[in-house]
Design a protein around this ligand. Structure first.
Ligand code: ATP
Length: 298
């Protein structure tokens, strides 16, 4: 099975601050890391390191950040299909982190928002039924829906992470097999929490729902029921990329074993995400190939 991740790629600038800035404030901070990021790239890198064959489709601009993105992706076990957009800026994120491990993130979408449907779906011509399509919320409404429809047409398994939140997501559920949401996303999109949120998505057509609950772990739900798996204890330093690590490992664990999402996949993901939250940065905080190999063997 191959995973096709169609999404964004960014350069992440992480700045540590003593407390989150208030509107109108000027505060001091320290640059901690400059790292490859973006939800699309993050999930692709984690799945690639876990051992799954991965193609990442993402747009970059014509600037110094595109070079950073290309060189960092070249070090990862991911087939990168980067679409270079003339005259555009590559996307980047500014991430504020506080000493208690909280973060606030601003991501630009000049490149991701310019990716056309034709550019996004061209690599899917090489897919075979049963391959995995992985999508997040950074592309436009039209492109997001078009990719999901193309994936249905090609009989791919679709996994969607509705982040960052956008109003058009509510109409997409019938096109989605697996949805990963954090607490805030689940509440905003369903008006409910926990199992009630998962049930609402299952009624709307999603087959497997995974709710991530931060330090409380995660819930896996399907028509046959729901189970909650506690987080693996961790010394939290920076939670950036925890959700992407979790999603990438859950999908890779099940795909590599050739099974639908199961409790074992979620346990693997909580172990991997515990490593990510205990380190600074985005790509540099993700579990290594060796760490993932050992987690997936457990
Ligand atoms: P982020 O946006 O920070 O990447 P998220 O909001 O998408 O994360 P969370 O629910 O916060 O997702 O976290 C994803 C997973 O990471 C959790 O299900 C859990 O396994 C792990 N995790 C998060 N916070 C902690 C913590 N404090 N201790 C241990 N594990 C954690």
């Amino acid at each position: 099975m191959r995973a096709y991740v169609i999404g964004n790629v960014t350069v992440d600038e992480t700045i540590s601050v003593s407390a989150m800035p208030e509107a109108g404030a000027s505060i001091l901070g320290r640059e901690e890391t400059r790292d490859l990021g973006g939800k699309g790239a993050n999930q692709a890198v984690v799945m690639g390191r876990a051992g799954l064959a991965v193609t990442l489709v993402a747009a970059v601009g014509e600037d110094f950040r595109a070079e950073t993105i290309r060189s960092q992706l070249a070090e990862e076990p991911v087939e990168a299909r980067l679409i270079q957009l003339a005259g555009k800026a590559s996307d980047f994120s500014i991430i504020f982190t506080t000493p208690d491990g909280e973060n606030a993130i601003v991501t630009t979408t000049d490149s991701a928002g310019s990716l056309t449907l034709a550019e996004a779906v061209t690599p899917l011509a090489e897919s075979i039924p049963g391959d995995l399509l992985v999508l997040q919320g950074n592309l436009t409404d039209e492109v997001t829906r078009g990719i999901l429809e193309e994936a249905r047409h090609r009989q791919l398994l679709t996994a969607f992470n509705p982040s960052p939140l956008r109003p058009f997501f509510t109409g997409l559920w019938p096109l989605i097999d697996i949805a990963f949401l954090n607490k805030g996303e689940a509440e905003s999109l369903t008006g409910a929490a926990g199992q009630a949120a998962a049930s609402a998505l299952i009624s709307a057509g999603v087959k497997h729902v995974v709710l991530t609950l931060g330090g409380e772990g995660a819930m896996l739900a399907s028509e046959s029921g729901a189970l909650t798996i506690p987080a693996t204890p961790a010394s939290v330093i920076d939670t950036t990329g925890a959700g992407d690590t979790f999603m990438g490992v859950t999908l890779a664990s099940a795909a590599l074993r050739g099974v639908p999402l199961d409790a074992r996949a979620v346990r693997h993901a909580t172990a991997a995400a515990a490593l990510t939250v205990s380190r600074r940065g985005t790509r540099s905080a993700f579990p290594t190939k060796a760490e993932l190999h050992s987690i997936l063997a457990g």
